[in-house]
Ligand binder design. Structure first.
Ligand code: NAD
Length: 500
């Protein structure tokens, strides 16, 4: 019988009631390995009620004690790291080492969030008027929700849950239905670490579950990561229902290669960031922009040589550079884009279509694909492909390269490779993109800075992790307090108080 992945509600693994299920595959073999329940509105409403009942006591627990739960959680995840990474790899298709990276980048935000006692401190001004002090405090919102994508099934749930829980909220996670097992295991580890029941709930589902979270008044904030059309939908629907929302979407990240760049370093960076995790990263580089014909010709030649050496295979096999894509539908979608590139007249230097791994013929594999002479009007330049496809879009000069990254409708990440500090400074100041790398291809900020793209890559005004995460998951209360001595009382006033 196919294994059914449970919800985790109110501190217990909970059997589904809706009767609706989705398949969870092993992308390396193409076989169904489990089924995931798709919760009904009624089930989600019960989860919300549960979380709402549990939250006040958690909020009243002092921040340092809450932080200790996070500290214990870090130890438990490290204890179970290999088991978690294997499970993650078997449902997502990324390699074992990359799966560990997925978990580790999430843990780093938990470590940051364990600084909650400091991060939740308010401001204080004494003596702003006679006998008057003003101070502010950050208070949790109540019940908050996270809706997360398939491509980082550990990292992104932890980016959301860590700060939300540390700030005293109850958190409901609706993870991707494509790789839902690791989020459940992580929630179990939170319970083992001492998190009270009902404070972290994992409920699986599709649009029905998401829409319930978006429209129920008891949910005060929604953090989303996924594709741009859904990000925009979540942002608008949450806002229309009076909720805070931070919604992060798709990407088309450019890497500018200046004529003075160390070309071998640039090629290494492009190979790793373009094809790692089969290109299924929101910070993957999908567009290489060499500046000048000489740089472009040399880069295309070196990339073609390196792409031919990439090793693709089952995600848990040794020595594999990247594994399968997440689903058969993903392979078909990317293959369709490759055909669109060919039809539009781009030069196909490496064609990954029809790629097969011996003994795993049904797996969701796609070979590395490389295009040259891609122009800004082509769909393979304008749209997010989300697969192992790198396109070379040549620029005549620096200004043209800068404009390409700045004018693209996505604005998640961008990089420049150069030896010229002046060019790098100019680029970082002027480029219209949220996260910038200088000789760093995937500039995902570390946990204590914030993560967020611009334009169609992000909706909302506060980023993920770093100080913004605590701003997002708390509301500020400001207190103006007056204690007068008897001889300074001045009677009733009918004029608004000012500092005049
Ligand atoms: P997706 O948009 O298909 O799904 C994301 C979440 O939304 C899932 O939990 C899913 O169940 C839910 N969902 C899907 N359709 C829905 C609908 N119609 N109504 C309500 N909820 C719905 O994204 P995905 O395929 O899981 O993830 C890949 C995408 O995520 C890529 O576009 C990638 O760039 C993006 N991403 C962005 C970032 C970032 O920080 N900007 C990070 C990681 C991934």
């Amino acid at each position: 019988m196919t294994r059914t992945i449970p919800h985790l509600i109110g501190g217990s693994l909970t059997a589904p009631e809706s009767g609706r299920f989705g398949d969870v595959f092993d992308p390396s073999t193409g076989a169904v390995q489990a089924r995931v329940p798709l919760a009904s509105s009624d089930e989600v409403r019960r989860v919300i009620g549960n979380a709402e009942a549990a939250q006040p006591e958690w909020a009243a627990t002092n921040a340092q004690k809450r932080a200790r739960v996070l500290m214990r959680f870090v130890d438990l995840v490290n204890r179970d790291m290999d088991e978690l990474a294997k499970l993650l790899s078997s449902e997502h298709g990324k390699t074992f080492d990359d799966a560990k990276g997925d978990i580790q980048r999430g843990l780093e935000v938990i470590e940051f969030a364990a600084g909650a006692p400091h991060l939740l401190k308010g401001e204080y001004s004494t003596g702003v008027g006679t006998g008057i002090d003003v101070y502010s405090m950050r208070q949790p919102l109540g019940v908050v929700a996270g809706i997360t994508p398939f491509n980082f099934p550990a990292m992104i749930p932890l980016w959301k849950a860590g700060p939300a829980l540390a700030a005293g909220n109850a958190f409901i996670l609706k993870p991707s239905e494509r790789d839902p097992s690791v989020p459940v295991r992580l929630a179990e580890l939170f319970l083992e670490a001492g998190l009270p029941e009902g404070i972290l709930n994992v409920v699986h589902g599709d649009k029905e579950a998401v829409d319930t979270l978006l429209t129920d008044d008891r949910v005060k904030a929604v953090g989303f990561v996924g594709s741009t059309p859904i990000a925009q939908y979540i942002y608008e629907t949450a806002a229309a229902h009076g909720k805070r929302a931070q919604c992060f979407g798709g990407a088309k990240n450019h890497m500018i290669v200046m004529p003075d760049a160390d070309l071998d370093q640039a090629v290494d960076a492009l190979i790793g960031s373009g094809y790692g995790s089969a290109g299924e990263r929101c910070m993957a580089i999908s567009v290489a922009v060499p500046v000048g014909t000489e740089t472009a010709d040399a880069l295309a030649a070196k990339l073609t040589e390196r792409v031919a050496q990439l090793k693709i295979g089952p995600s848990l096999a040794e020595g594999v550079d990247y594994g399968p894509l997440v689903s058969r539908a993903a392979v078909e979608r990317v293959e369709d884009y490759i055909q669109q590139g060919v039809d539009a007249g781009a030069a196909l230097l490496a064609d990954g279509r029809g790629f097969c791994v011996e003994g795993h013929e049904e797996g969701f594999y796609l070979g590395p694909t490389l295009f040259d002479h891609v122009t800004t009007d082509m769909s393979i330049y304008r749209e997010e492909i989300f697969g192992p496809v790198l396109v070379i879009a040549r620029a005549n000069d620096y200004e043209e390269a800068l404009a390409m990254a700045s004018d693209h409708e996505f604005g998640n990440g961008v990089a420049i490779f150069t030896r010229d500090g002046d060019a790098a400074r100019d680029f970082t100041a002027r480029v219209n993109v949220g996260m910038v790398g200088v000789n760093v291809p995937i500039p995902v900020p570390i946990a204590y800075f914030t993560f967020g793209g611009w334009k169609k890559s992000g909706f909302g005004d506060l980023n993920q992790h770093g100080a913004d995460a605590f701003r997002f998951y708390t509301k500020t209360k400001t207190v103006t307090s007056r204690w007068l001595s008897h001889d300074t009382r001045d009677g009733a006033s009918f004029v608004i108080p000012t500092m005049h």
